[in-house]
Write a protein that binds this ligand. Structure first.
Ligand SMILES: NC(=O)c1ccc[n+]([C@@H]2O[C@H](COP(=O)([O-])OP(=O)(O)OC[C@H]3O[C@@H](n4cnc5c(N)ncnc54)[C@H](OP(=O)(O)O)[C@@H]3O)[C@@H](O)[C@H]2O)c1
Length: 329
């Protein structure tokens, strides 16, 4: 018997109670499919977007379907030319203990190079997002001032470290003294702002006296507004996420000082990892090398068992996770 988390409705901002635990047997394998046993599940802020019935970068998970997720799994049976039984794979596989998955959604993983946790954090989609967003769009230069929000999280911590390795001065924004201490002591950032306790406007002025050259935005909302007000002439803003607005997509608020984009000749670019799928090997090699040389640190927050999925998803929107949030099955 297989256990899954299915959605019961679209998320409409009023309640997170849109999941149920179900039990099933896997459907028979068709050509081009594999049966996998899921070992690790990634919990991502984008999941609320995946269950919202609005135009997005992927079609929404329909009510009643198994919840979408990234994971790491072992192939148990194969009717695919690409994978054989015993191989480990990563990709979209659903929040389920076992499942039948199309081989088009999977990539092989080599567990002699890195752990399954690494393959879902720094060497997975979140790591690649931080790498491409910062290096390709932000393009930080030595001595420039870079600000990263949700900087102690999965994407933000990679983006911040990529900017540090490019020689920039990096200021991280995070919620609470523990996360800020981590950014200073472990990731060696040049300054931190605790947005839950500091006055953001004066803290930005103190840490960025000449203004901000690059802002890597993971949160949107008030923090984005305050940062825009301190951007330097011709600064760059990388719009990666807007987590402060994910509880109500229909009424998400934009900054009230958007006119500064004109007056300060700012460049703003959004992106999703979908834009960079063809360049994954580049990010993987950079991040693996930086991790092995000790220049890059990944951090994971691990929950146990498929039953922890709903609680885990709520944690990510209240900042209770410390690093890439994963479930070990
Ligand atoms: N564009 C893409 O392709 C792509 C891919 C992956 C992720 N993303 C985006 O990147 C962002 C970070 O994702 P992640 O996977 O790395 O998650 P994460 O940073 O590991 O966890 C989310 C963090 O966001 C912060 N947060 C939550 N609510 C907040 C709020 N109202 N205001 C400010 N901060 C808040 C919390 O940290 P604090 O304790 O510091 O508040 C929380 O720990 C998200 O916006 C996500 O949607 C984009």
């Amino acid at each position: 018997m297989v256990t899954q988390i299915r959605t019961t409705a679209f998320f409409d901002g009023t309640t997170d109670k849109v999941f149920k635990l179900t039990h099933d047997t896997p459907k028979p394998l068709q050509s081009g499919e594999v049966l996998v046993r899921t070992d690790w599940i990634s919990i991502d802020p984008g999941m609320r977007g995946w269950i919202t019935n609005k135009r997005s970068y992927m079609p929404p998970v329909q009510p009643g379907e198994v919840m979408r997720c990234f994971g790491i799994a072992e192939v148990l049976e194969s009717k695919s030319d690409k994978f054989k039984a015993g191989q480990f794979v990563t990709g979209f596989m659903g929040v389920q203990t076992q499942g039948v998955v199309s081989d088009a959604l999977l990539r092989p993983v080599d567990l002699s190079l890195a752990s399954p946790q690494d393959y879902l954090s720094g060497l997975g989609m979140t790591g690649f997002t931080g790498y491409f967003g910062m290096s390709d769009i932000g393009q930080p230069k030595a001595e420039e001032t870079v600000v990263v929000s949700a900087a102690s999280g999965a994407v933000g911590s990679i983006a911040a470290q990529v900017a540090k390795l490019a020689g920039a001065r990096v200021i991280g924004i995070a919620g609470g003294p523990q996360k800020c201490q981590y950014l200073l002591d472990t990731l060696k950032l040049d300054g931190v702002i605790d947005y839950k306790n500091d006055d953001i406007k004066s803290a930005l002025k103190q840490h960025c006296p000449k203004g901000i050259d690059v802002y890597f935005d993971n949160v949107g909302g008030d923090i984005l507004e305050q940062v825009i007000a301190r951007m330097r002439y011709q600064g760059r803003i990388v719009v990666c996420g807007s987590i402060s607005q994910y509880s109500d997509f229909a009424n998400a608020k934009g900054p009230n000082n958007f006119i500064a984009v004109i007056t300060q000749s700012l460049k703003i670019q959004g992106f999703t990892m979908k834009d960079y799928m063809h360049r994954i090997p580049e990010a993987f090699n950079y991040l693996l090398k930086a991790k092995h040389s000790g220049e890059m640190i990944f951090r994971e927050h691990i929950l146990q068992g498929i039953e922890s999925f709903e609680e885990g998803l709520a944690m990510i929107y209240s900042g209770k996770n410390h690093g890439k949030l994963l479930i070990k099955l």
